[in-house]
Design a protein around this ligand. Structure first.
Ligand code: IPM
Ligand code: MN
Length: 326
């Protein structure tokens, strides 16, 4: 029987509350693991000024997976924790696919493959003449053939494991003529190697309409980092709410641990009230189990979450009900 070392980053706001329920459910599966807790997030930053010390990052590299709640608190300037902790982990651990599935029976069963290490998130750009009336700000989008291709290949491989076997590229090729052209060419090349997978293309603005009006049309979607960020909040909103949306930041090459987290943020406004829905964190545990090769345990968690549809109560009560169903 395998044994795993799982890093636990509760983070800020409701993060620690929902992660606690995720671990409750993980315990209920009987999968053997050690929880390795990390004090990272707003509290540590305010205490010590540290966001992600190099030594901590090295410790994380040696783990089998990481479960993260949420980062970001109103006490810390916006972006410090998001970029310094979450994005740094995505980049340093080469978590190049952000996998975000959405289910709303009977018709919605789609999964977004969001590129997770490039695009507008790469931090390319800068200021000229900052603070003057003539100041200039640029913010580029970095798209490498390697980075695009590995995501597109992941999406096609994923589609082959699903019954509908279909991939839609979402971009804005009519305006983003350089990045969009690279994405479209790579997509077409990979598609040509996958005759058994159907393909489609939607501009991102049109995809937003389809997400709201007819999300059942999608199977696998592949898209860039920023479009994927926006589209997956919308995906959550149209399939049971953002409190249900789970994600896996994957290193499919398995050169290090992958990181699993709810799509939602730290929601400081409801922290401590017991009102946070732990299902997104619990489904992130299911995704983690699946990626670790514990498909049977993952399926039991997924089924228990589906069976908890009517469950109401506090964060902990919902967690209890799901843990009992595992
Ligand atoms: C997400 C979040 C992050 C992102 C933030 C916290 C940097 O919104 O995981 O979707 O933009 O990727
Ligand atoms: Mn987001």
């Amino acid at each position: 029987m395998s044994h795993y070392r799982i890093g636990i980053v509760g983070g800020d706001g409701i993060g620690p509350e929902v992660v606690a329920e995720g671990l409750k459910v993980l315990d209920a599966t009987g999968v053997s693991y050690d929880a390795v807790p990390f004090d990272l997030g707003g509290a540590r930053y305010l205490r010590t000024g540290e966001v992600l010390p190099d030594g901590v990052l090295e410790e994380i590299r040696g783990l089998d997976a990481v479960l993260l709640g949420a980062v970001g608190t109103p006490d810390v300037p916006p972006g410090v924790l998001e970029r310094g902790l979450l994005l740094r982990l995505r980049f340093e651990l080469d978590l190049y696919v952000n996998l975000r599935p959405f289910h709303a029976p009977p018709e919605v069963d789609m999964v977004v493959v969001r590129e997770n290490t490039e695009g507008a998130y790469a931090g390319e750009g800068g200021f000229l003449r900052k603070g003057t009336p003539h100041e200039v700000a640029t913010q580029g989008s970095v798209n490498t053939r390697m980075g695009v291709e590995r995501c597109v290949r992941f999406a096609f491989d994923l589609a082959r494991t699903r019954s509908r076997r279909h991939v839609t590229l979402v971009h804005k090729t009519n305006v983003l003529t350089f990045a969009g052209d690279l994405w479209q060419r790579v997509f077409d090349e990979v598609a040509a190697e996958h005759d058994d997978v159907g393909t489609g293309y939607h501009h991102v603005d049109a995809a937003c309409i389809y997400f709201v009006q007819d999300p059942g049309r999608y199977d696998v979607i592949v898209t860039d980092n920023l479009f994927g960020d926006i589209l997956t909040d919308l995906g959550g909103a149209v399939s049971g709410g953002i409190g249900r949306a789970a994600s896996g930041n994957l290193n499919p090459a398995r050169t290090g641990p992958s990181l699993f987290e709810p799509v939602h943020g730290s929601a400081p406004d409801i922290a401590g009230t017991g009102r946070a829905d732990p299902r997104a964190a619990i489904m992130s545990v299911a995704m983690m189990l699946d990626f670790l090769g514990e498909a049977e345990a993952a399926a039991r968690v997924t089924k228990a979450v589906a069976g908890s549809e009517g469950a109401t109560g506090t964060t902990a009560q919902i967690g209890d009900a799901i843990a009992e169903g595992v």
